[in-house]
Design a protein around this ligand. Sequence first.
Ligand SMILES: CC(C)(COP(=O)(O)OP(=O)(O)OC[C@H]1O[C@@H](n2cnc3c(N)ncnc32)[C@H](O)[C@@H]1OP(=O)(O)O)[C@@H](O)C(=O)NCCC(=O)NCCS
Length: 169
Amino acid sequence: MPGHPHPYPLEPARAGDAAPLAAMSEALIEQGLRPAWSAARIRWHVRDPDSVVLTARLGAGIAGFAIMRYGDEVAHLNLLAVAPAHRRRGVARALLEWLEESALTAGTFIIGLELREGNAAARSFYRALEYRELGQIPGYYQGLESAIRMSRDVRARRASTPGAHQQTP
Ligand SMILES: CC(C)(COP(=O)(O)OP(=O)(O)OC[C@H]1O[C@@H](n2cnc3c(N)ncnc32)[C@H](O)[C@@H]1OP(=O)(O)O)[C@@H](O)C(=O)NCCC(=O)NCCS
């Protein structure tokens, strides 16, 4: 797996992380909605061989996390959040780049995600990481808010990696 020289070590979550991650999802992502990401659901992803629950640690705590599930054609980014005190330090970028690299290795080249239409910060973040907006899904969030669907073809990473062409025999 790719390594990132990053002050927040990236580590796969353990089952015991499920409750704090569910609390982070409720507080940072699902505000105003019925929480859909219970500790049990997150624990399921921790154990699911087709999912990665990745954390950015800070001592004994968790600064950020992401959950991705890999399908044959598309890897779906289910959740991504960074605690407010640790934002704009590249934590989300490091989490997503790790997941992109693992998708590339797995041969799943498209990463898809939905985000809340009103989430301007996340929209800017995904645009900065070269995700394209594919369209809107009205009422996607419990009939209360629309989603924006976005995706990226991670093969673009290979093209932009210095020296990547040298791997071709
Ligand atoms: C969106 C979120 C995950 C970004 O996390 P982060 O760790 O602060 O992001 P990074 O530091 O890796 O940002 C990388 C780049 O994305 C862009 N970006 C990130 N946050 C931004 C913001 N609030 N406004 C504008 N651009 C932003 C910038 O280009 C940034 O690079 P820069 O800091 O050098 O300018 C974080 O704000 C968050 O957890 N929000 C609440 C939960 C959420 O919305 N999750 C995503 C939808 S599920």
